[in-house]
Design a protein around this ligand. Structure first.
Ligand code: UFG
Length: 345
């Protein structure tokens, strides 16, 4: 199994899940928002080694091709991408180039090596500002920022590939807001610099690394005025990916699934549940809206349950508790973490 972006937040948890279930795991990552230190922890949790790790940018097709030459890859989990909404507004070309160009380079390399099975990391962000109510997979797609548009473009490319070439099977996972951490506290979300996402920011305020949370917008058309999202535990997210692998042989073509909890939580809900579950205060200020944000994005995630019998097992309190455990055990994230005696790299 080749995992792109395997050092990242979701990718590293996916590596543990795959190793736990007996898969041979090969990783490529450029460490743009991650660190190789994470693999010692992945291996410690799983009690197994990652097969190989390559530092490369997917757009470097020669280097990527060499990985496919060296290993017998039967399927790919493609997480590698830039994911900040505001970052994408500041640097749209970089976002399209990395996310779309990375995906086309991967597809060309897969094609050259006869690999036709892919689990793609898409996003609930593709739906854009849909208003209240649950979004099923047939809801209109209206990306509200270049990040979301880049994921939608990748989906369209993948759909075209599947239409043209019947040997391809692509499972497109539109996940909503993955957050939380591995229950061991060894793995979690440790972005470079100031976190752009809500839960890691809240955790860094709670641990004293940042002073106050800035809540972007208190004037949304929601019950408490703050924006509503569907937070899904990262462990549930990666379990869904592992279950997806069992369904790569169900038949060719592309299928799209929402991966969410199906419950909306406002920013203030997240702050309240975090404070209550973890017993810490999270001081905050309400500031103007963040450009590119929308009011309400919540999944109707019933299709994946119907198709595969899988449903998430964890809630927002579990997300907060696990994110807090990771933050307390790693107040400075992975910074300074050693590779550990059990890493072979
Ligand atoms: N928010 C704040 N303060 C912060 C950070 C976020 O108020 O410091 C608010 C945002 O304005 C938004 C909500 O918290 O209303 C969630 O924001 P995130 O940045 O955590 O997540 P997004 O909804 O913007 O989603 C993006 C992508 C998803 C991706 C998710 C997690 O659209 O695809 O980040 O990476 F899954």
């Amino acid at each position: 199994m080749l995992v792109t972006g395997g050092a990242g937040f979701i990718g590293s948890h996916a590596c543990v899940e795959l190793l736990d279930h007996g898969y041979e795991v090969i990783v490529v990552d450029d460490y743009a928002n991650s660190t190789p230190h994470v693999f010692a922890r992945v291996e410690r949790i799983a009690g197994r080694f990652v097969g190989a790790v390559y530092e490369l940018d997917l757009r470097d097709r020669r280097a990527l091709s060499a990985v496919f030459d060296r290993h017998s890859v039967d399927a790919v989990m493609h997480f590698a991408a830039l994911k900040s909404v505001s970052g994408s507004l500041e640097a749209p070309v970089e976002y399209y180039d990395t996310n779309v160009g990375g995906t086309t380079a991967l597809l060309r390399t897969m094609h050259e090596h006869g690999v036709h099975r892919l689990v793609f990391s898409s996003s609930g962000a593709v739906y854009g500002d849909a208003g209240p109510g649950l979004l099923d997979e047939s809801a209109p797609v209206r990306p509200a920022n270049p990040y979301a548009a880049s994921k939608w473009l990748c989906e369209q490319i993948l759909a075209d590939v599947c239409r043209r070439r019947p040997e391809y099977t692509v499972l497109c996972m539109r996940y909503f807001n993955p957050a939380g951490a591995h229950p061991s506290g060894l793995l979690g979300e440790d972005p470079h610099g100031v976190p752009g996402n809500l839960v890691p920011y809240v955790a860094q305020v709670a641990v004293g690394r940042r002073e106050r949370l800035h809540i972007f917008g208190g004037d949304y058309p929601t019950p408490d005025g703050t924006a509503i999202r569907d937070y899904i535990h990262v462990m549930d997210t990666v379990e869904a990916h592992r279950v997806a692998l069992d369904h790569l042989s169900d038949g060719p073509g592309m299928r799209v699934f929402n991966i969410g909890l199906g419950q909306g939580s406002s920013v203030l809900d997240v702050v309240a549940v975090f404070s209550e579950t973890c017993g810490v205060q999270v001081p905050y200020d309400i500031v103007p809206r963040r450009p590119g944000d929308v009011a309400h994005v919540v999944a109707d995630a019933s299709a994946v349950t119907l198709a595969w019998g899988w449903r998430p097992a964890r809630n927002l309190a579990d997300i907060c508790r696990d994110a807090w455990r990771f933050q307390q055990l790693n107040p400075r994230g992975y910074a300074g973490a050693g590779r550990g005696p059990d890493s072979k790299r």
